[in-house]
Design a protein around this ligand. Sequence first.
Ligand code: FE2
Length: 104
Amino acid sequence: MGEAYVEHDSAKVLIAEIEAGGPDDEFYDAKVKVLSEMIEHHVEEEEKRSEGMFAQARAAGLDMDALGEAMASRKTELMAEYKATGLPTPETPTLDNTSLGPTA
Ligand SMILES: [Fe+2]
């Protein structure tokens, strides 16, 4: 579980950097590639048949249709926020004491 939190925070940092730097950034392509590989790995973990978070949610008796609808509606909200105001400063609680964190 800790791994997933660090992956979330690392993705937020990379996304913010990619957004801020743009294609002229020396490491733009590398950052996009690393982000893409990281997300792919992360989703694979979340979607594992028995131990992934969705399998666990199903096993715990959650209404998966309702969960799907809630997630889709939250995504719509977040996309609207992004269009209106851009990305918020990433909150990265697992990275705050490293050179990647906002306190660096
Ligand atoms: Fe995740």
